[in-house]
Design a protein around this ligand. Structure first.
Ligand code: GCU
Length: 681
């Protein structure tokens, strides 16, 4: 409905009359085979989807006796499919992929939706429905699609008490209190939405959560959730607090090399698998931001990860070990610690360990260069961690489409094996031939009626799933698909609304953290500007640590004369940044401390450019509102008003950012704001 609960699965009637006519001619019967929970979902989804889109009930049948049969199933369960001569495309689809093919069977036009597994058929079903939702032709279909990445996951930062760390969409959707007896319809709808974009794993607990979820009463609840998710092809994972053997096991130590600790984990894992036979594995945050870990016992991250990996290997589980580590023992440049800790461990991790690396070395900034670990650990599968929830990008009030941010990282060249060694090729395993690959997004989902708070935040969940499946899809395509399914196929709407989305990330960078500035948000909550804060006990939590503004200039010198974090990149990657004169200006203040009167490519001084960026960004934020207002005729009242109000807040925030940063930095530059930017009032 209009409240956004249906996400991109609205299945509104096809508006284009000619297309509707052709769809109706080509879709007359649904033929499914095999009886299982997954195939029931396929059947229902086709019925509901087609009924909504075509406004007519499509019969279920068993034989092809007229044009327009939609035949969905695996070759194993469907003789129609196994006899259709599609073995070669099916082979290309692999274990999770699908084919959608137009075929003549018994002299009748049919469409086959197939995969080698029922999960593949399910993904194919959603893809087929998406073709109709986005008003594509379904003549001569010849689609073969296989995911480029094996683990396509959401990481929930949800605590057992239902608060969500960095969540801006209400409380956790997991109601531990009423589980396992009560299955909220939301769990089912969540699974369905994820399956529709190919997500196949979910970590339901926060990386900072305590160990309670590993206790027996909670494992019963976890089992209930796993049973809901399974038919949708989604495995459940849990965070494993490293000190669990002490917290809930009564041991005196959590030392990974201690036999009693190893035994405790072996037994705990055995217990988990009695509840969830296809349990995915653990996600671990260790020795980071105060979390316990192997270094507490002078052991390495590999010692910790391998201990868990050995215990879980007999059950085919995996360990996802996070590389987001920094500590105040390393006050010079937090940028460097993950690389320093992990690169020496390359080649020592067990085959069922993935190291999960954030897209950049600091922390999910509006814009940051790719993390230097990508390409630097060739013997270890590195998994991408993106943040879908907008911790540093305006949180719940800002319209920011994140596909361009994700793509920017994925397309960055690490040069680790020469030109073209992109981050995407590192994480999809193609560069170093790793079979185990993954991409995760920190979820932006809560119990708000529309799931994600801001109506446009749904697009970021959607983008994560689509890119995990195929990182070559463009931001433009993702925005277009999502808008068509979620709002309207009207070309006038699409033109303006997709521009709104595609420019949004650049706009927030401009009015909050331009020219490579970073981490100057309010401390701890990270909402709004606070570049002046310098009172945190940990130096690397102070914005001043990152911008280093003084009378001589602004920016963090990470070259050889500074922290030398640049040395962590390959020479060819380093080259684009290491010289202040030629550095890509997007990252200028990320890597250099630059004099206020430095000549920018625009001809302006750095100070004038900074003013230009902040003023232009804030002005563009204002124009977003005008664009949205022009789209009122195409959008239902409720969602129109929601977005309208939020854009107004965002504009106010943009002005707040601009004024706060310009006035604060001016205390160092001591230069005037160019007259053309001075606004009346
Ligand atoms: C950020 C975030 C924390 C989170 C941490 C992490 O620092 O602010 O809330 O716990 O990332 O990724 O572990």
């Amino acid at each position: 409905g209009e409240n956004g609960y249906d996400l991109w699965l609205r299945y509104k009637p096809v508006g284009n009359k000619t297309l509707l006519q052709s769809y109706r001619e080509n879709i007359t019967t649904i033929i499914t085979s095999g009886s299982s929970a997954t195939m029931d979902i396929v059947k229902n989804e086709l019925s509901t989807g087609l009924q909504g889109l075509l406004q007519t009930t499509i019969d279920h049948g068993a034989a092809v006796n007229r044009h327009g049969a939609i035949i969905a199933g695996t070759p194993r369960s469907s003789p129609l499919i196994s006899n259709a001569g599609i073995a070669i495309p099916l082979q290309q689809a692999g274990e999770e992929g699908f084919v959608i093919l137009s075929k003549i069977l018994n002299g009748k036009r049919c469409i086959l939706i197939s995969g080698n597994t029922e999960k593949g058929v399910l993904y194919g079903t959603f893809h087929f429905l998406r073709l109709l939702q986005t008003e594509q032709s379904i003549q001569q279909l010849n689609i073969i699609s296989a995911p480029k990445i094996r683990l396509r996951m959401l990481d929930h930062w949800d605590n057992p008490d239902r608060t969500v760390e960095r969540g801006y969409a209400g409380f956790s959707i997991w109601n531990w209190h009423t589980l396992p007896g009560y299955i909220d319809q939301r769990y089912i709808d969540y699974a369905r939405a994820n399956a529709s974009i190919g997500i196949n794993g979910t970590v339901v607990t926060n990386v900072n959560a305590n160990a309670v979820v590993l206790t027996q009463p909670y494992l019963e609840k976890v089992k209930a959730l796993a049973d809901v998710l399974r038919p949708y092809g989604i495995k459940i994972y849990l965070t494993a607090r490293f000190s669990a053997p002490m917290e809930i096991g009564g041991l005196k130590t959590a030392d990974p090399l201690d036999a009693s600790v190893q035994h405790w984990w072996q037994e705990k894992i055995k217990e988990i698998y009695t509840y969830v036979p296809d349990f995915g594995g653990f996600l671990v945050k260790a020795n980071s931001e105060g979390q316990p870990g192997p270094q507490d016992y002078k052991r390495t991250h590999a010692d910790g990860a391998n201990m868990l990996a050995d215990a879980i290997a007999p059950f085919k589980g995996i360990v996802i070990w996070r590389a987001f580590v920094y500590s105040n023992e390393n006050p010079l440049d937090r940028h460097k610690q993950a690389y320093d800790d992990f690169v020496p461990l390359d080649g020592t991790f067990r085959p069922n360990v993935l190291v999960q690396v954030k897209n950049g070395a600091i922390d999910f900034m509006p814009r940051e260069p790719f993390h230097p670990l990508f390409g630097a650990m060739p013997k270890t599968p590195l998994m991408m961690e993106f943040q879908v929830t907008q911790e540093y990008l305006g949180q719940g009030t800002s319209l920011v489409f994140l596909a361009p941010l994700f793509k920017e990282t994925l397309e960055s060249d690490t040069y680790s094996k020469g030109k073209g060694s992109t981050v995407a090729k590192v994480i999809d395993g193609s560069l170093e031939h790793h079979p185990l690959t993954g991409m995760a997004g920190v979820a932006n989902i809560g119990n708000d009626i529309n799931w994600c708070g801001h109506p446009f935040a749904q697009a970021n969940w959607y983008a994560l799933g689509r890119l995990a499946w195929d990182h070559t899809i463009s931001s433009e395509q993702i925005a277009d698909e999502w808008l068509r399914m979620t709002y309207s196929n009207n070309p006038r709407f699409l033109k303006a609304a997709s521009r709104l989305m595609l420019e949004s990330r650049d706009i927030i960078v401009q009015y909050s953290n331009p020219i490579g500035l970073h981490h100057i948000m309010g401390t701890s909550h990270h909402y709004g500007p606070a570049p002046w804060v310098n009172n945190q006990q940990r130096p690397e939590w102070n914005p001043v640590y990152y911008h280093k503004a003084d009378s001589g200039g602004i920016g963090f010198n990470r070259t050889a004369t500074g922290s030398n974090a640049l040395a962590q990149y390959q020479p060819a990657a380093r080259e684009q940044w290491e010289n202040m004169q030629t550095c890509d200006e997007k990252y200028l203040l990320w890597f250099h401390h630059v004099p206020w009167n430095f000549r920018m490519k625009s001809g302006k001084s750095l100070w004038e450019e900074l003013c230009y960026q902040y003023y232009t960004g804030a002005e563009r934020a204002g124009k977003m509102q005008d664009t949205w207002k022009s789209l009122q005729p195409f959008v239902d009242k409720q969602r129109f008003e929601q977005v309208n109000m939020l854009l107004k807040i965002q504009h106010t925030e943009a002005i707040w950012w601009r004024n706060a940063c310009i006035l604060y930095f001016q205390t160092f530059s001591k230069m005037p704001i160019p007259a053309s930017y001075e606004q009346p009032g």
